[in-house]
Design a protein around this ligand. Structure first.
Ligand SMILES: [Mg+2]
Length: 273
């Protein structure tokens, strides 16, 4: 059993910001597999969006979807887990918040008070028009499980009022670039990472060192709670500041190239290669 556990964001981190290629990281990914070091994907993407990508990456490890909303654990890993998880075919599922249907139900009556449009109020053609996604990806993006994005067309004050109302149901609203996201209060990348770390510590009965790699604002929580935080340099924005972590690494190279450099560095630092 390994004592190192890697958590990685996808877009702009393992995947190139512009081309979505992971080619520069291919051999570093292979090194992790060779030394049985799990590489956990921790992304805002959905389960459906990850299926073909995990095949391309030859990814066999657990993965965290929809910004920390849920952890999927492949059953073939036979991890010992001291709680009851949902049975999802080839996976065990640990969810940290309510299902999407509940998020929709709890906001249905709010359409009388505020102006907003949720994914569930749109057709995939509407979503294509709003985002510029092609048909296939628009359909994939609509297959969500734990978060409901909405176009908020009301005031910020109104958004705070709705936030306050939903708080009693343990639901939060996270503001993103284009959409505001309805999701469970306890859904975040850091929480999910720490839960999975404990699962692995439970197997190994030894301390696990976590290394987290991310390039964006939504990775800050995960980075600040990791033993080794790695900020991946982005070609389009300044590196996010990780509060109180002057020990955080900052890669020289962008995206997957920086990713590969930091994996090689930790492997040689730990005397593994
Ligand atoms: Mg990113």
């Amino acid at each position: 059993m390994t004592s190192l556990l890697v958590f990685s964001d996808l877009d702009g981190t393992l995947l190139d910001h512009h081309t979505y290629s992971f080619e520069p990281a291919r051999s570093a990914l292979q090194s992790l597999r060779t030394f049985s070091i799990p590489c956990v994907i921790n992304t805002s993407k959905t389960f459906q969006e990850l299926i073909s990508l995990r095949t391309a990456l030859n990814h066999q490890d657990p993965f965290i979807v929809e910004n920390g909303s849920a952890v999927y654990i492949p059953k073939h890993l036979s991890l010992r887990i001291d709680e009851t998880l949902e049975d999802c075919g080839d996976y065990w599922l640990k969810a940290f918040g309510p299902k999407r249907e509940q998020l929709i139900d709890l906001t249905n009556d709010q359409t009388n008070h505020y102006t907003f449009t949720r994914f569930s109020d749109m057709t995939y053609q509407d979503l294509m028009a709003v985002t510029g996604l092609d048909e296939e990806n628009a359909k994939l993006a609509m297959q969500r499980e734990f978060t409901e994005p909405m176009l908020w067309t009301d005031s910020n004050q109104a958004l705070d009022q709705l936030r306050h109302h939903l708080d009693q149901f343990d639901i939060q609203i996270q503001k993103g670039g284009r959409f505001s996201h309805l999701m469970g209060k306890h859904c975040d990348k850091a929480n999910a990472m720490l839960w999975l770390k404990a699962v692995y510590e439970n197997q190994a009965e030894e301390q696990i060192t976590t290394m987290a790699l991310g390039d964006g604002e939504n990775d800050i929580g995960m980075l600040s709670k990791a033993d080794i935080p790695v900020v991946i340099r982005s070609p389009v924005h300044a590196p996010p500041e990780v509060p109180n972590r002057s020990d955080a690494w900052l890669t020289d190279a962008y995206g997957p190239e920086g990713w590969a450099q930091s994996i090689d560095k930790i492997l040689s630092k730990q005397g593994i290669v």
